[in-house]
Design a protein around this ligand. Sequence first.
Ligand SMILES: C[S@@+](CC[C@H](N)C(=O)[O-])C[C@H]1O[C@@H](n2cnc3c(N)ncnc32)[C@H](O)[C@@H]1O
Length: 195
Amino acid sequence: MNQEKNQEKLAEILGPHFNNIANDGLFVLKALGLPKGAKVLDVGTGAGNFAIFLASQGFDVLTGEPATDTTHYAGKDWAASAEKAGVRDKIRFEAFNASKAPFETETFDAVFFFGVLHHVDEAERAATLSEALRVVKKSGTVVFFEPRKETLEKLWLTDPTHPLAANPSDYLTDKSVTEQKLQGAMMDVFVYRKG
Ligand SMILES: C[S@@+](CC[C@H](N)C(=O)[O-])C[C@H]1O[C@@H](n2cnc3c(N)ncnc32)[C@H](O)[C@@H]1O
């Protein structure tokens, strides 16, 4: 089944919100050209939408969030959705804080943050970026999806306390890293590669 057909099927199972996320995800994956079976880290599991999307695209997915996060956005039953989508066996979960990532240097082909950086404590954001760049392979990419203005306005209808979007470049200390910006329908996308 091709990527689009696969996505249509998942959208029927998981609903329109998943479909919007997957649309932005597909557009970015086309730009990245990651091979099937690539080892990817999905930071900030939440409801599991992005981890499920990545697994549905044939990647080897490790996802996680801090065990200490008691906000409404963490501790969700992502596994039930992954089960429904038929990809539960393709996703591993490990609790971790991205500012102290418990992974070896140069482990992943790509590290994704979908709707996550603005939820990370401001004081931990610079360390979160440098940890993501440490654990990604030399040839790899670190990708942040942050909500566009229109997306934030919709989020504020149900959660008026939802934080503003973050610009990852504000927290980037390694000047040899290159940045590429892309614009999805829902999210602004920031792609970083080691120089
Ligand atoms: C809105 S949810 C992300 C949505 C999710 N990616 C999805 O596709 O459904 C925000 C996530 O950021 C995580 N988070 C916040 N601070 C973090 C940190 N320091 N390290 C890792 N994850 C963090 C939260 O625990 C939560 O899982």
